[in-house]
Design a protein around this ligand. Structure first.
Ligand SMILES: [Mg+2]
Length: 176
């Protein structure tokens, strides 16, 4: 069994600009993210992106735009992810979909594809939908609260860790 990092995209890897899809809008949240990811990969973690992309359903952009943005993200990071799962559906247009966070269909698919030890894996996201999805899957959860600055004190969804930077994420994953 492998262990994995399930990583949200917008607001976690890149700055969220609301339906980010233009290559020129791709800006890393922090410049050293690649170093943290590389260290985690060296420690045996698969690097898996899991992202809601309902802008595709809304015709704000196409799947091709999504992949161009992803290629730019990987170019800036100087590395490639092991897998990308994205959910293009919006409930108002295509109805509920098991892959759309806070549902956990993407993680179940990843588990089928890679045989992942979920209890040894982490989910990293900037939104409580991310945390909720992965709480259903017994992963450890890290909320990066840098861009949204969410108040999680009276939320019914409780992340195990709340951090403000990828350096803190590195400490949690590699040194706890
Ligand atoms: Mg996000």
């Amino acid at each position: 069994m492998r262990k994995a990092l399930f990583i949200d995209r917008d607001g976690t890897l890149n700055v969220d600009v609301n339906y980010a899809h233009k290559v020129e809008d791709c800006h890393l949240l922090e410049e050293w993210i690649w170093e943290v990811l590389q260290k985690c990969r060296d420690a045996g973690y698969l690097l898996i992106v899991t992202t809601n992309q309902a802008g595709i359903d809304k015709w704000y952009y196409t799947e091709e735009d999504f992949w161009k943005f992803h290629a730019e993200l990987e170019r800036q990071l100087g590395m490639q992810f092991d897998k990308v799962y994205f959910c293009p559906y919006h409930p108002d247009i295509s109805g509920e979909h098991s892959w759309r966070k806070p549902n956990n269909g993407m993680i179940l698919q990843a588990n089928t594809d890679f045989d992942i030890d979920l209890s040894a894996s982490y989910m990293i996201g900037d939104n409580l939908k991310d945390i909720e999805a992965w709480n259903k899957s017994q992963c450890k959860t890290i909320l990066i609260n840098k861009q949204n600055n969410l108040d999680v004190t009276d939320s019914h969804v409780v992340p195990e860790y709340v951090v403000m930077s990828w350096q803190e994420i590195e400490k949690i994953i590699l040194h706890t």
